[in-house]
Design a protein around this ligand. Sequence first.
Ligand SMILES: Nc1ncnc2c1ncn2[C@@H]1O[C@H](COP(=O)(O)OP(=O)(O)OP(=O)(O)O)[C@@H](O)[C@H]1O
Ligand SMILES: [Mg+2]
Length: 264
Amino acid sequence: MDNNMMVSVRNLKKYFGDVKAVDGISFDVKKGEVFGLLGPNGAGKTTTIKLLLGLLEPNDGEITVIGMNPEKEEVEIKRRVGYVSEEPLIFKSLTPKDLFSFIASIRQLDEEEVSAKAQEYMDSLGASDYYEQLIATLSHGNKQKVQIIAAILHDPDLLILDEPLAGLDAKSVKVVKEILDIHIENGGSVLFSTHIMEIAQQLCNRIGIINKGKMVGIGTIEELRQQANKLGANLEDVFLRLTEQDTSVIEIVQKLRKSFKNGK
Ligand SMILES: Nc1ncnc2c1ncn2[C@@H]1O[C@H](COP(=O)(O)OP(=O)(O)OP(=O)(O)O)[C@@H](O)[C@H]1O
Ligand SMILES: [Mg+2]
């Protein structure tokens, strides 16, 4: 295998009945890279991520994650990957402290080291007050912080994050960005999905734009601009063009303005 390839996806397909959630996408995430998946609601980002982790079985196509097949080596992949899911944490009846110690035990990590590290992360994310509170009672953003910490405690080679910054306050977004930077500086790689253009633009080396289960653009911002025929444009305009939403937004806004005026 190519040691520089953390994720390799070829012609991946996943159908739910008639819904082609993922319809033949291909992309790679190289070592040391931050790769962003961008796409409208329902585009197939979460489905793609779940396929990479072996949480769903594909209908067709090939996936390699750190040289492994998720269908066959799900456990080893989980050992090398840190995952932040889209849904809130499932361990609601635990406190963050219990959760981190549980993670240390199942991942066979040094309990004291993990505890010190986790407390430092909780502190840096302004969540140390919640260390011993039930996760069920935490706010959405604080649950998200616990989930991010839980994903990085074992120093994974690859972080796969499904909208990691959704619901975080400005300072926490900054700290999480720093955490991702440190992860990259230490030889890690990142694949994450987001709706936030600014974040994608700031953090990603390359971006894949998914629309209706298909990859409609892939590359650096500059390459995406070329693919969209929009040189010099910002990522939002490039995104709307590639996902064929640019004209519909203008029409929707015009309609809204008209009906608002008529209603007055
Ligand atoms: N378990 C499922 N059963 C049936 N359909 C599903 C299932 N999971 C996803 N889908 C459908 O697959 C498509 C892709 O969904 P997915 O969750 O991957 O989108 P997404 O890009 O993550 O969207 P969002 O930005 O809203 O999170 C959608 O049409 C969704 O309704
Ligand atoms: Mg999703």
